[in-house]
Every structure is written in C-alpha cells, then in structure tokens.
Design a binder for this molecule. Structure first.
Ligand SMILES: Cc1cc2nc3c(=O)[nH]c(=O)nc-3n(C[C@H](O)[C@H](O)[C@H](O)COP(=O)(O)OP(=O)(O)OC[C@H]3O[C@@H](n4cnc5c(N)ncnc54)[C@H](O)[C@@H]3O)c2cc1C
Length: 393
C-alpha cells in the first residue's frame, strides 16, 4: 500500500533517494533531510513493512549537551547505578545526562513532520530485494518495483552471520514497563547495568529506568546466539523484580523485545554505487555494547554533510570506526570466550573509572593516552589473550 505525501506520484516510481526501513536510522536521516532546504527538490521514498504505530523499543543514551531529539526526551537522569556481584556503585555522570526516548514518541514525532513535506512518500510494504543496474538501484517490494539514484538501507544485506566465521553474537532485549501501587522507584537514578543475576555462560545484565516513583522500564539484555523461550525471558524479569527490586505487586503496562547483531563485521563492504548502508545495516551498532542511538545521530549528520558537499558517502563513517573498532573486537572476543568476562570487564571499569570517562571512551571521544588508562582498568588476562587472538584478523 502506498501512502503518498506527494500530490502526484511519478508514474515510473523513480525517486532520487529511497530509504529502506523507517526505524531509528531511516527516520533520523529522513528528519534531517526534511529539515534541510537542500533536499527540497529531491524526491524521497521511505519504505517499511511496519507502520511504526507500536512502542517497540526504548532508547537510552548519554549526551553532554542538547541533542537533536531533546524535545521528545521522556526522562533524563544525572545519576546512574552500577551493580555486579562485587560492586555497588552509584555516581553522578556530569557533564553527561542519561536520556530516554520511547520508540512510539520518536515515530510520532518524526513521521508526521516528514509527511508535511510534499517531496516525501511513505510506502508500507515488505521489501523483497534490492538490486542494481548501471543507472539505478531497484527495490522490489511485495507489490511494486521502485528505482532510485541512491538507496539508503538500514537493515543488513547479509543473512545472519555465522558466529564460527566472524566475531558475532546476538544481543537480545526483553523489557517490562511496570507500574506499582506504592512508590518503590527512585526517579533520580537509573540502573545502568546490573550483573548480579546468574550469567549462565552468557553476558546478562538488567537495567532499570524509573520514570517516576511508581513506573519503570525493567529490561534484560543478554548476549547469546541461542534465543530463550518467551517464558524464560519473562522469568528472568519476574525473578529480578521480586528478588532484587523487592517488588511483589505490579502490573505490566507494556512489553518490548528485540535482537541486534553485536559484531565488528564490515557491513560497509556491501555498499555499492547506488546502495549505501546506514543504521544496523551499516554496522553503526557499537559492537561491544549495542548502543546505537547516538551513533545513528552522528552518522546521519555526517551523511547529510557528505551529500551536500559531494564528498564520498563512505566518509560519513569516519569517527564511528578507526581504532575503537579494534577495541570493540577485543572486548567482544573476550566476552565470547568467557561467559563472565562481560561482568568482570564492566565491574573493573566502573570500579576504577568514572562513568564520564567510560562514556567518553564508548563514544570514541578519548585520546590514545586516555584509551590506555581505560585499558589498564579491566582484568589483564582475558584482554591480553583476546588482543593476540584478534590482532591482524
Ligand atoms: C529492544 C531494543 C532496545 C534497544 N535499546 C537501545 C538503547 O537503549 N540505546 C541504544 O543506543 N540502542 C538501543 N538499541 C539498539 C539500536 O539503537 C536499535 O536497534 C535501533 O532501532 C537501530 O536502528 P535501525 O534503524 O538500524 O533499525 P530499526 O530501528 O530496527 O529499523 C529497521 C526497520 O527496517 C524495517 N525492515 C527490516 N526489514 C524489512 C523488510 N524486508 N521490508 C520492509 N521493512 C523492513 C523494520 O520494520 C524496521 O522498522 C536497542 C535495540 C532493541 C531491539
């Protein structure tokens, strides 16, 4: 089904740009394009099978100043809590704030704004294939074919990677947005990571994002190439709510679930003349942590600059890769080799470094000297072993 915002659809279904996927990456880019007069005379289609009318995920990220989507930040925290079996540390995170945006607020903010622009067309359909001729990219959906000078594809052009061939693991998220009758949460502090649960040979942690004294998102993140059953994810959450949060009575207002790839695989090698990858499809998800929202914002801004300056789109990845990708490889390798390495690494980091130092490192904003300070914090053995295992790979 085509929901056209343009007054008249071109009969050949050709666009200057087609964005595949109206998730975080597709809409962050499209919102910037709709806000920039440079794109006013370009025709732009956005194709997704999902109408994005559900609250399918919640993004948290840290920022030290005003962010592009600040107007829809639902909650922000200036303090975070870290727990593991050996560490209980609460700290202020200035100059950063930890911010939360709910998926539905993001879709309801971006989609109507983009639709106000007549040069944008939203198409709700399943994308079957993306191919290329010398002139164009060709997108085949279940009901039509479209062509574009440039396709920006936000989901990967590879089927699931083989974990035996690549450093790869799925990160699964399952969350309950809960409400209690009595005040139980401290709304001024978010639990960033809680590793106190049994790791069962995967890295597993929970996070608690209190919106008020009675409402919070409680979510588990789990690194494993085997999915659990729905009941098992739910059991981790219900046990945690009972045993660690000490909450007996609550109602579940909403649930969220999703899987993302954790890998340093060079997704960008699938870029061609007419098809360029963004978001998860462009390897923008940070391989060692899964954080992507801030990186998507940085990448979108850089991409817009490249398009306007006529510089190669590949330059837009600058700052998101480089030596930090090698660090991600080491951390991910160490976590995959040893089920408790995730807990050990983050425990030592949080014990010895401030959250602000860790955030700066995870944002790739540290100098090489600061990186060394970070690398001296975690246990040396798994790191050194992983360093030599991934070196040169
Ligand atoms: C539950 C969950 C919680 C997360 N929490 C955080 C967080 O707190 N902080 C953070 O930084 N990151 C987080 N992430 C990671 C990352 O930020 C998100 O996955 C983010 O949504 C990635 O954006 P994207 O555009 O690449 O992919 P998505 O947002 O997943 O968008 C991809 C879109 O492509 C569409 N699509 C895919 N295939 C097809 C097809 N064949 N045909 C038509 N449409 C198709 C999908 O319907 C989807 O809308 C989380 C991820 C999940 C799953």
């Amino acid at each position: 089904m085509i929901l056209s915002c343009s007054i008249e659809m071109k009969s050949d279904m050709h666009f200057d740009y087609i964005i595949l996927g109206s998730g975080a990456a597709g809409l962050s880019l499209a919102h910037r394009m709709a806000s920039d007069r440079y794109f006013d005379n370009k025709s732009i289609a956005i194709i997704d099978q999902d109408k994005k009318s559900r609250n399918d995920r919640t993004w948290c990220f840290w920022e030290s100043n005003e962010g592009y989507f600040d107007s829809i930040v639902k909650k922000r925290w200036e303090e975070i809590q870290f727990y593991s079996k050996t560490l209980d540390k609460r700290q202020k995170i200035d100059p950063y704030q930890y911010k939360m945006i709910s998926g539905l607020d993001f879709y309801n903010h971006t989609i109507p704004f983009i639709k106000q622009h007549a040069n944008f067309t939203f198409i709700h359909d399943e994308i079957i294939s993306v191919t290329e001729s010398p002139q164009n990219a060709i997108v085949k959906t279940s009901s039509n074919n479209y062509t574009a000078n440039l396709v920006l594809k936000s989901y990967p052009s590879v089927e699931k990677l083989n974990p035996k061939e690549h450093i790869y693991v799925d990160q699964h998220f399952k969350g309950f947005f809960i409400e209690t009758n009595k005040p139980v949460f401290e709304p001024s502090c978010a639990t960033f990571m809680d590793f106190r649960i049994d790791q069962k040979d995967d890295a597993r942690f929970l996070y608690v994002l209190p919106e008020s004294e009675t409402k919070a998102l409680v979510e588990v993140a789990l690194f494993s190439n085997s999915l659990l059953s729905k009941e098992d994810y739910n059991l981790i959450l219900t046990d945690y709510i009972k045993d660690f949060l000490k909450i007996e009575e609550y109602s579940i207002l909403e649930e969220e679930f999703g899987i993302i790839p954790m890998t340093t695989y060079a997704f960008k090698k699938h870029n061609t003349k007419h098809v360029f990858h963004i978001g998860t499809g462009g390897g923008i998800v940070k391989a060692s942590s899964g954080f992507a929202f801030t990186r998507i914002q940085r990448h979108s801004t850089q991409l817009i600059n490249c398009m306007k300056n006529g510089s190669p789109l590949a330059n837009s990845y600058d700052g998101l890769h480089g030596r930090h990708t090698f660090y991600d490889k080491i951390m991910l390798h160490a976590m995959l080799e040893n089920g408790t390495a995730g807990e050990d690494i983050f425990t030592d980091l949080f014990a010895k470094k401030t959250a602000a130092q860790i955030f700066k490192f995870l944002d790739h904003d540290t100098s090489f000297v600061e990186d060394i300070g970070i690398f001296k914090a975690p246990p040396m053995l798994p790191f050194t072993k992983s360093f030599f295992s991934v070196f040169g790979k």
